[in-house]
Design a protein around this ligand. Structure first.
Ligand SMILES: [Zn+2]
Length: 419
């Protein structure tokens, strides 16, 4: 699917086509004349490309341009609902899947609980069924799906579409791309879930006009997507942004990754649960015990319970969230020292407890940089939408990619999709 096409005439044709498609997508409704002015392509070239795109139902004519006199130009708009993208996030609790149109609007979404730490075979089976069900339910023919993006926690080999390993999910070497492309006739893209979310923020969200920023996710795990000069930084082997596993206490508790004192052991959901259990076994005064069906039923404690207790004024629970804020801030201070970002974005399911975590987090970060211009820290709304749009963006950013210009006069378009 990954075609690198070279050659003069054909290449220029495809380049021009990509430019026209991008212009209509981003600036439509727009007239042929305006496209020509915008892109420096001749009007006849634009008109030829447009005619073909209309024939293929990728664009359509819609109304006329406002004009003070003379002939009114017909406007063109991208047909966003003729083709679709699937966006999937695979998490510890299950799979979030969404059907997305070409302008990144979610048309349908579902959550499929999957058995935690299932085998590779079961995960892929669940995934295939989820994709089929979504396509069938929305009465879409598979040819109209231009691709599927998958965000997953772990080390990802993007090019090969392999999840190399994921400690948190307990998986090793799952060949998502190879396997799913055998089942479906559309390309599969995969990246770390936090990178997908970061991509969504870069394209549509708070990072839209910012070239250097970091998007952190908190909750079951802790991760970071790093944007440098407008692009996601993946590192040499896809492992960049493993923020949860920077060591903040060399004598700290053992982390599931094998190291000691990782930031995640001081800030994830498990930390919160461990802390409240510790408080209960030390007979500390917390209303959490009123939420338990049986006094000794400590395994039923969830982060939501601790959050509820804190919101009801439970001091012990409130303090735990503040501690999370403080610990995360220590990690963020290191990120700021390393990358000097313009903005820090915080997302992930952990933002549900934002009102309890963020004031401390902000204060600690600011206290550590008294001489620095204020670092913007913004928080995303909790929800599944960002993950879906981000995963879909893994496909859309490829499809609408600006062609790559190579040095020494050679040019190549790298595209996974042929319009
Ligand atoms: Zn670790």
């Amino acid at each position: 699917m990954d075609n690198i096409r070279r050659g003069n005439k054909q290449l220029i044709k495809e380049l021009n086509r990509a430019i026209v498609i991008n212009t209509i997508l981003n600036y439509g409704p727009i007239s042929r004349t305006r496209i020509s002015e915008f892109t420096d392509l001749g009007l006849s070239t634009v008109s030829n490309i447009v005619a073909d795109l209309i024939k293929k139902e990728l664009i359509y004519e819609t109304g006329e341009e406002e004009s003070s006199g003379g002939r009114r130009a017909i406007l063109l708009e991208f047909n966003c609902n003729d083709r679709f993208v699937l966006g999937i996030k695979i998490g510890l609790d299950g799979i979030i899947i969404g059907l997305v149109n070409m302008k990144s609007k979610i048309l349908d979404q579902h959550f499929i609980p999957s058995p935690v730490k299932s085998s590779e075979k079961i995960v892929l089976e669940v995934l295939i069924k989820a994709i089929r069900d979504l396509i069938n339910k929305n009465h879409i023919i598979a040819e109209k799906i231009v691709g599927c993006g998958i965000g997953v926690s772990g080390l990802v080999n993007q090019k090969e579409g392999i999840l190399v390993f994921s400690k948190i999910l307990g998986w090793k070497k799952i060949r998502f791309k190879e396997f799913l492309e055998k089942e479906f006739n559309f390309p599969i893209f995969i990246d770390k879930d936090v990178n997908a979310l970061t991509l969504a923020e870069k394209r549509f969200g708070v990072g839209k006009k910012i070239n250097n920023f970091i998007c952190i996710t908190i909750g079951k795990g802790v991760g970071a997507g790093i944007v440098i000069k407008g692009d996601i930084y993946h590192g040499s082997y896809g492992g960049a942004g493993d923020f949860g596993h920077i060591i903040i206490d060399k004598d700290g508790p053992l982390c599931y990754c094998g190291k000691r004192g990782c930031l995640e052991t001081f800030s994830s959901d498990q930390f919160i649960i461990n802390k409240i259990k510790e408080a209960l076994s030390n007979q500390q005064d917390t209303i959490i015990k009123d939420f338990l069906k049986k006094k000794e039923d400590l395994d039923s404690i969830s982060v939501d319970m601790v959050l509820k207790a804190a919101q009801k004024g439970d001091i012990i629970s409130k303090n735990i969230f503040q501690e999370v804020g403080k610990n995360l801030a220590m990690g963020i201070v290191s990120l700021i020292s390393l990358f000097d970002p313009e903005l820090i974005v915080v997302g992930g399911e952990g933002v549900k407890a934002g009102e309890l975590i963020f004031p401390t987090m902000r204060k600690v970060v600011r206290d550590n940089f008294p001489f620095k211009k204020e670092i913007k820290i913004v928080f995303l709304q909790p929800g599944e939408e960002g993950w879906i749009i981000g995963a879909a963006e893994l496909v859309l950013s490829e499809i609408f990619k600006t062609p790559i210009f190579k040095s020494k006069g050679k040019v190549a378009i790298k595209s996974a999709f042929r319009w």
